[in-house]
Design a protein around this ligand. Structure first.
Ligand code: GLY
Length: 350
């Protein structure tokens, strides 16, 4: 799989022009959602004959119908196998646009310009693309890295606080799977009074951590599973909240999932108690908690069994940590152990 160029922008327009020049093309398309169409597209100077494709915002539009609409626009408005697609938006746009580009005419060039923190540090980097299908998240997709990913932290200055927090949870995960120094910096960062210059530096380090892992294992056969830390239980929380029609942002669910999975890391592998305490405190202070009772444990466990990260539908697979940066993949938990983690969560967070 080809590698992608990740650029921390000093000047978005110049970096974009250089990235476009590296992808010679006959026709340029830009994919936006209704928000990035209004607020972000006007910040780019694009050739007059650029075709803009606009889709609905949020995860509900990350489906086959929207994908077919994008394919149709590419096809009917002069797209060829030598065309270039720029995905301008959050993870929904970069995931769906990435899959459209990977499949149209068997693959065209694309550039990602993520506009949310979550998309910057996670979705737009590493080549995972796809759509939701049959009620399952990211059920259909392909590994297809963008040619370039342009990270411009200016976009973050207008991002609402919950979406900053959502992306920050993935950064915290990158801290936990990398070094004490990076983890310490993240835990010490004041999310209530954001220093954007410092945030930009943290974003750069965070993306570097993800890139290093993806380079070693682009198709998630081994060490890329480190990036799933917090996600086994996090995805179950996300699905549970969605089912209750009280959806939560992805990063919040991951933060709460990390509380459980860090505790499991402590129980099973001796992850240091003090670092567990500090991280749980940080998450509780900034993310609050999802409410559920013991009667919901079986249902949450069912969600975990259906996770596509499992190798069998009878067991739940975790990535755990012996310490910050000491990763152990493929840790199988019993149902009793999972319930113990949920007990810890309930006692500590609620
Ligand atoms: N979001 C995790 C990964 O890209 O592998």
């Amino acid at each position: 799989m080809s590698t992608q160029q990740v650029i921390i922008c000093k000047h978005l327009q110049t970096d974009l022009e250089q990235s476009m020049a590296r992808c010679p093309h006959d026709k340029l398309f830009v994919l936006t959602d209704c928000h990035t169409h209004q607020y972000c597209l006007p910040l780019l100077r694009l050739p007059e004959d650029t075709t803009v494709i606009q889709i609905g915002a949020e995860d509900i539009h990350k489906n086959l119908e929207t994908l077919a609409y994008v394919w149709n626009e590419l096809s009917s408005r002069g797209g060829t196998r030598h065309s270039l697609l720029i995905n301008l938006g959050g993870g929904m746009v970069t995931d769906l646009g990435g899959f459209a580009a990977a499949t149209f005419k068997r693959g065209i060039h694309m550039i990602n310009i993520p506009t949310t923190l979550l998309a910057m540090v996670d979705a737009s980097v590493g080549g995972k693309t796809g759509i939701n299908f049959n009620g399952l998240k990211n059920e259909i997709g392909a590994f297809a890295p963008a040619d370039s990913v342009l990270l411009d932290c200016e976009f973050l200055k207008t991002l609402d606080h919950p979406n900053i927090l959502s992306g920050y949870a993935e950064m915290l995960k990158h801290g936990l799977i990398s070094t004490d120094a990076h983890w310490n910096e993240l835990i010490g960062f004041d999310l209530d009074d954001i220093n954007y210059k410092q945030l930009q530096e943290l974003v750069g380090q965070s993306v570097q951590i993800k890139e290093n892992i993806v380079l070693q294992d682009p198709r998630e056969k081994g060490i890329r599973k480190a990036l799933n830390f917090g996600h086994t239980i996090g995805h179950a929380f996300e699905s549970y909240a969605l089912e209750k029609q009280q959806p939560v942002l992805h990063g919040y669910a991951v933060a709460w999932g990390m509380v459980c999975e860090l505790y499991y890391s402590h129980l099973r592998l001796g992850f240091p108690k003090e670092k567990l305490r500090t991280t749980v405190h940080f998450i509780k202070e900034n993310y609050g908690a999802l409410m559920f009772g013991c009667k919901d444990y079986d249902h949450l466990y069912e969600f975990m069994l259906h996770d596509k990260k499992n190798s069998s539908s009878q067991e739940v697979n975790f990535t755990l940590l012996r310490d910050v940066g000491q990763i152990e993949i493929n840790q199988i938990a019993t149902k009793e152990e999972v319930f113990e983690l949920l007990d810890f969560y309930s006692e500590t967070m609620q």
